[in-house]
Ligand binder design. Structure first.
Ligand SMILES: [Zn+2]
Length: 155
């Protein structure tokens, strides 16, 4: 299932990407463009905008009611009954796919020295080239996810 989140749901988009869901998010997208992309790419719209959902013929959307971004995530997961998660497969910053770095010497110049010395498993975003390692996602972020969805989150 692929998503596009409206301008008010940037944090929710990051949570969904963390769980592996293909989620587009643009901070300044217009309603018409959001709807166009959702139709063209068969993406489910996530929105907090009660005006948007009144647009004639709009389908495949979920009106998010929670204020807290983690509660919003639970709302999406529970309402759509999503059960397939693929955590740490997608870049939370840009939605790109992550791939494992096979030889860590390849990314020596891209991470702080103490990170290079203390970690052995690295993932790299295919789009923005951001590097992820065991400690790069906030601890409370991972704890919340692993508790709520009973997932083991080691790289
Ligand atoms: Zn990226």
């Amino acid at each position: 299932m692929k998503f596009i989140a409206d301008a008010m749901l940037g944090r929710l988009a990051r949570w969904l990407r963390f769980l592996g869901f293909d989620t587009l998010y643009y901070p300044d997208i217009s309603d018409s463009r959001l709807i166009k992309i959702s139709r063209e790419q068969d993406r489910f719209i996530l929105t907090r905008d009660t005006r948007l959902i009144k647009i004639k013929g709009l389908k495949n959307y979920l009106l998010i009611t929670a204020n807290d971004s983690f509660q919003q995530l639970l709302e999406v997961i529970n309402t759509l009954k999503l059960k397939q998660f693929n955590p740490l497969s997608r870049c939370v910053a840009c939605n790109g796919n992550l791939s494992r770095i096979l030889d860590k010497k390849m990314i020596k110049d891209s991470v702080p020295e103490f990170v290079f010395l203390n970690y052995n498993v690295f993932l790299k975003c295919s789009v923005c080239s951001r590097i992820y390692w065991e400690g790069s996602h906030p601890k409370n972020f991972k704890e919340k996810i692993s508790k709520a969805f009973k997932l083991t989150l080691t790289l």
